[in-house]
Ligand binder design. Structure first.
Ligand SMILES: [Zn+2]
Length: 666
């Protein structure tokens, strides 16, 4: 048996523990998005929480975890006799892998058996498995769009629908959704951010004592997990009991009108879109009151809820990281707290159920949670504006320390990978997809996708006499089935290889080059591409940004890119070939697009022809940066060697009107 790390033994991470507990107390809170660097024990703590959830009573043999007291009337394994005897099992923890298929997530309906055998065969997916438990998505920001849509629809409706050719199945799917992401690898789109109830920023502690304690406990757990768990058993069962008690208390918790107005005031002041923030904050405040043993929501509950429910809902630029101005929150709470009515059991901050044990970290927000101190605090709000792609005022850039500035980005023409790909959904190159418009029919290679009815009938028609058809119905066989071929758009890996040598800087081209690359980066963000950045200058090439989905990171690297020195073009090309080789192994379906930004000069390092040969077969674009009355046409020659599309730098900008407020284009 696998022993999970005890929840109570987790050191620090108070915001995360609180967010998880509030969700365990009330499913209405709507899940947690955990943002943070790698190696912060995000998955350990989620697993630990799942072990704390009350076990569920289930109808024996039902694959959809029906509650015997109230079975799902539409259960595909039903109908079940209500009130029949049930079994018990722990609440499920289901992990959704980033690369999962739609069928794996939502379940698959066997159209072939439906047609040939006349049965509705449904194989449940992960949404069914997660019902009444936890669905955990590591790296939710890397999840394919259509999976995210499916997931969020199910989370919002509490139901999973699977439909193929008007044969449909539905079943209950209510779960605590926990997603994690590393913001370095790209932000979640705002509309998806909004679908998570709460968000928490985690960071490994910078306090040596606390770090030492984390490691001490971890080592003890690894040495003897069972003994370690046994030492924490008392705290764990106390925590489980407290969660269960709080759950029972939720329906009776009052939300006084003054507190509701307080929530509305706070949400309005933080300029969140829509009313979802108010709802989530209210539900989280109710859960927090129940957790603290109160019968009415207090200002303290509103504060705890707002700190977790608002940071990701502020109206903001697409590349801003979530954050919350805690000073403003305190001001607002103070201004509206005057009429706080003390509820029964609320003895002025005293926490009746807080035993002060190791689980106490999940109790009331620590006193130190003032402005800018907690891990979830938007420290950036105090430190100045968040990083943005936009230059501060659009004035001509400074050229100090050999770092050219960047002007306002503009719209660029669509640069495509030729042919038909099969990569992740996006908006760049043509691809075969599960969605998109229908372009034909084919014999399915694996499990059938969407059935192409006319093609299937046509395939079956010539064999009817041979199969001994007598009556009115067609005699269908499995190999008659045809599926729809669809075409949509995929995202690509756009690898920028940028000449940052002196020959570019000397001609003051670097600002134009950086602006062009920034514009292309912005375009890549909108088209859901992965991006990478290689620069070459002086003695060699370096990977300034390994392939990632974070445009913010790309923009930051670009801004600080120094220029000067000689021009090792071949080194840049060789490095690009290396990066592409690794990425092909890592993500074979994602087709690369090489964007080489250069004037074609090579004054150092290696044979350009040989290096260009390494990139044979890669879809490429050469952005020709040569300017002036006398031109050597080196970039033109390079483009023909690479069989690349040639785009003069200036025409890149001319093709689109300058988009000053590029956010409108997102
Ligand atoms: Zn059932």
């Amino acid at each position: 048996m696998i022993v999970t790390y005890p929840f109570s033994a987790v050191v620090g991470l108070d915001d995360l523990k609180l967010a998880l507990v509030l969700n365990a107390v009330s499913p209405r809170v709507g899940g947690v998005l955990v943002r943070g660097e790698k190696g912060t024990a995000k998955s350990t703590i989620v697993r630990a929480l799942a072990a704390q959830l009350p076990s569920v009573a289930v109808v024996p043999g039902c694959r959809f975890a029906c509650d015997p007291a109230a079975p799902d009337p539409g259960c595909p394994d039903g109908p079940h006799e209500p009130g029949a005897e049930g079994g018990e099992r722990p609440a499920a923890l289901v992990e959704l892998p980033v690369g999962a298929s739609e069928d794996r997530l939502a379940g698959s309906l066997d159209v072939e058996r439906a047609l040939t055998e006349g049965v509705k065969a449904f194989e449940p997916g992960l949404l069914a498995a997660a019902h009444r438990g936890v669905l955990y998505v590591d790296e939710v920001n890397l999840l394919h769009d259509h999976l995210v849509d499916l997931l969020l629809d199910a989370a919002a409706l509490g139901t999973c629908y699977v439909e193929r050719e008007s044969v449909s199945v539905r079943h209950a799917a209510r779960f605590l959704l926990v997603g994690t992401m590393n913001p370095e690898e790209g932000e979640l789109r705002p509309q998806l951010l909004d679908r998570f109830g709460l968000t928490v920023e985690v960071r490994a502690s910078r306090d040596p004592e606390e770090r030492a304690e984390v490691v001490r406990r971890r080592l003890a757990f690894e040495a003897d997990a069972a003994a370690f768990a046994a030492r924490w058993a008392a705290e764990e069962s106390a925590l489980a009991a407290r969660i269960a008690a709080a759950r029972a208390r939720v329906p009776g918790v009052r939300l006084p009108d003054a507190r509701l107005r307080q929530i509305a005031t706070v949400c309005a002041a933080f300029e969140v879109d829509g009313l979802r923030a108010d709802l989530v904050t209210a539900n989280a405040a109710i859960a927090h009151a129940a957790w603290q043993g109160r019968d009415a929501v207090s200002t303290e509950d509103v504060r705890a809820a707002a700190r977790l429910s608002l940071p990701h809902r502020r109206r903001r630029d697409p590349f801003d990281a979530p954050g919350l101005d805690e000073r403003l929150l305190e001001e607002l709470l103070e201004r509206t707290a005057g009429d706080d009515e003390p509820g029964p059991g609320d003895d002025d901050g005293g926490d009746p159920s807080d035993d002060g044990g190791p689980g106490a970290g999940t109790g009331p927000a620590p006193a130190s949670a003032g402005p800018g101190s907690g891990p979830g605090s938007g420290g950036r709000d105090h430190a100045g504006p968040p990083p943005s792609l936009e230059p501060s005022d659009g004035t001509p850039p400074s050229e100090e320390r050999g770092v050219a500035g960047v002007a306002a980005p503009y719209r660029v023409p669509l640069l495509e990978v030729p042919g038909l790909g099969e990569g992740a959904a996006g908006r760049r190159s043509r691809s075969r997809t599960r969605r998109g418009r229908s372009t034909g029919a084919r014999r399915p290679a694996g499990p059938i996708g969407d059935l192409h009815v006319p093609a299937t009938l046509l395939a079956a028609a010539p064999h009817q006499r041979g199969r001994g058809r007598r009556g009115a119905g067609l005699v269908l066989r499995g190999d008659d089935l045809r599926e729809v071929v669809r075409e949509g758009r995929e995202g690509n890996l756009v690898l920028f290889v940028v000449d940052a040598s002196g020959s570019m800087a000397a001609r003051k081209r670097m600002t134009a080059v950086k602006t062009a690359v920034l514009s292309l980066l912005l375009d890549a963000y909108q088209r859901r591409d992965k991006i990478g950045l290689i620069t070459f200058q002086g003695t060699g090439a370096r990977v300034a940004l390994p392939p990632t989905s974070s445009v913010e990171a790309g923009a930051a690297r670009l801004r600080s890119l120094p220029t000067g020195g000689r021009t090792p073009l071949a080194a840049g090309l060789t490095r690009a070939a290396e990066v592409l080789r690794v990425e092909r192994l890592r993500d074979p379906a994602r087709r690369p697009l090489l964007v080489l930004v250069t004037d074609g000069r090579a004054t150092a390092g290696g044979d350009v022809d040989r290096a260009a040969a390494l990139l044979k077969g890669t879809a490429s674009v050469v952005v020709d940066c040569e300017s002036g009355p006398v031109r050597l046409g080196l970039a033109v020659r390079l483009a023909s060697r690479l069989r690349a599309r040639l785009v003069p730098l200036d025409s890149l900008a001319d093709l689109g009107a300058v988009v000053r407020d590029y956010r409108k284009a997102v």
